[in-house]
Ligand binder design. Sequence first.
Ligand code: TYD
Length: 138
Amino acid sequence: MSIEDCRIIELPKISDPRGNLTFIEGNRHIPFEIMRVFYLYDVPGGTERGGHAHSRLEQFMVAMSGSFDVILDDGNQRKRVHLNRSYYGIYIPALIWREMENFSSGSVCMVLASELYSQTDYIRDFEVFVRLVRGELK
Ligand code: TYD
């Protein structure tokens, strides 16, 4: 997987004076079926989250409120994405290292995931991750 496979996806936005509405359908607006939803909230200032990659899991991450940065790394290249709107998000395929930081006060990071939670899908050591994507590990 390459950093180029991580992409911002703009979501439908129904603008309305009563309040805007955005919706997400699996396999339509994002390229996988949604199996799980989780969210980070009440994140204390200065906290870093993530710091891992996944073997199989694909994710789509949205700043439902506030803002934060997502750092993405494919083992060769690194890029930083700032999320601060609830009508777009970042698609993260498998085998991409991610870290989240600079959470604003009151921010909510919602993640749509392609699989149920599985501890064995996590790669938590960056050196192991780099060796894996470079084909130095099975
Ligand atoms: P984790 O993904 O390790 O968060 P971070 O990498 O940001 O620290 O998850 C933190 C804890 O929450 C961990 O003990 C596993 C648990 N967890 C679940 O039980 N189900 C889930 O869907 C997720 C995402 C985490």
